[in-house]
Design a binder for this molecule. Sequence first.
Ligand code: BTN
Length: 331
Amino acid sequence: MKGDDLVLAALREAEGFLSGQQLGGSLGMSRAAIWKHVAALRNAGCRIESRPGLGYRLLQSPELLQADDVTSRLTSSVFGRELLCLSSTGSTNDELRRLAREGRAEGLAVVADEQTAGRGRLGRQWVSTAGVNLYLSLLLRPGVAPAEAPQLALLAAVAVALGLEDLGLEPEIKWPNDVLLKGAKVCGILTEMEAEADRVDFVVVGVGVNLNSRASDFPPELRDKATSVLMHSGAKVDRAAFLADLLSHFELLYEQYTAGGFAAIRGQWEMRCVMIGRKINVNAGGRIIGGICEGIDTDGALLVKGRKHEPAQRVLAGDVTVLDGYMKARD
Ligand code: BTN
């Protein structure tokens, strides 16, 4: 990190004021250097208060998502109307689950500038660099059976794809819900639910979209499998505008789903699926199922055609590898 970023990160972490001496001591810089970096940050749009005897306090930085910036652009009427913008949290999914248990209503959205314990599927970590990407969790209280809840993740993948298409991109979807740009993963979705035997209490849809991260933000082992919009197209994305657009797409799709069931989503998912007609291997809990991907069933299960005269196998959960080498984003 360069000096400006180091000072900004320290000010972000601080609860209140930090003196020039404290900042200089922890960052190994002189007080004059701190003053220079603070001046540069102010030039870049940060509002930093300075008080004699107390030091510096960050009031606002342009990289922080502000609820007003999002809500002023919203066209949805439920999703995101209640929006909690956090500068840092462990996982937005955890934060939202806590609020859901308190009885908060469907549509509540939690976003964070940074996650310190961002989670992916199958217990993996989700790289959640501060200030550059979208880390979003949405609260749903759908009137569906627990077995149908995974369909909501497929719906979310379509919503993200539509948001990326609005940026002029051509995203593809990999079952169940990874969104790819030229074969590299740009978005992951993690849905978690609380339910009784036959009734869903709530579903948390967690969406991570790599908008402005750079290759250096990813650990070396992910650099050829993950991408961001910035890495893919060179264009920086306005996170608030993207979020507002995504929430609108999500709401529209959710209305279609509520009215028409998964049939209303299936075609929109399949037309963006990168795997149909390709040779794939699915690792379904250690069992490898190989064959040609035929698409998804009426309930969202993956259809894999193995032998010619046998019906396609239905897969409810698993990790897919496309065998023709096109795909970089293998989990
Ligand atoms: C995956 O592809 O493995 C799913 C990644 C999901 C990441 C998002 S970021 C917002 C939300 N909070 C989390 O901790 N995870 C999800």
